[in-house]
Structures are given as structure tokens and as C-alpha cells.
Design a protein around this ligand. Structure first.
Ligand SMILES: [Zn+2]
Length: 67
């Protein structure tokens, strides 16, 4: 599975202009892994991140907000 430029569903937390998927985790796994990764990325970069489940990928995705 590629980790760049994935066409992905959006959620209410996604910024209107979209975000960048920086990580994906299997939809079979616990959502807490994606949640933790989003927290780590936000702390490391200072840019807001969030995670959501993408039914089209059957995966939890970590989304980086622009700016
Ligand atoms: Zn989202």
C-alpha cells in the first residue's frame, strides 16, 4: 500500500482544503494506533494532525493539516 497522495475520504475534522495522509493503519487494528501516531506527528511537527477511518481504504489514516 502506498503512503503518498492517497485519494481518501474526509471527515468533519479534515480541513476544507484537504490534508495530507502521512500514515495508514489497517482497519482491522485498534484505532488507538492511528490516534497515537497523529498525536506524535503533531508534537514533532507543530502542525495539527488528526486520524479518521477511511472506508474506501478500509484503514485508519493519519491526516496532516496544511500550515
Ligand atoms: Zn478527517
Amino acid at each position: 500500500m502506498t503512503s503518498t497522495m492517497i485519494e481518501t475520504a474526509t471527515c468533519r475534522l479534515c480541513p476544507p482544503q484537504g490534508g495530507v495522509v502521512v500514515a495508514t493503519y489497517s482497519g482491522d487494528g485498534p484505532a488507538s494506533r492511528a490516534l497515537h501516531r497523529a498525536w506524535q506527528e503533531a508534537n514533532a511537527t507543530g502542525v495539527p494532525h488528526h486520524d479518521h477511518y477511511d472506508p474506501s481504504l478500509d484503514a485508519f489514516v493519519v491526516v496532516r493539516h496544511h500550515g
